[in-house]
Design a protein around this ligand. Sequence first.
Ligand SMILES: [Zn+2]
Length: 62
Amino acid sequence: MKCTRCEGLMVFDQIYGPDEAIFDLPIWRCLNCGSSIDPLIMQKRLTEDKTKPVTSKKENVA
Ligand SMILES: [Zn+2]
């Protein structure tokens, strides 16, 4: 897993909620720049990209 920002090494980490309740949310965290990626969001983004209708209709941009 490479960081999308700096291509640094990403490690699997977990986010804990602010309350005592443990969310136990799995994320990828970059050791280099600290950027974190939520695999669920990533997956959602991918599926959205797939299901998103291709809107190649050109608008009138001046
Ligand atoms: Zn990074």
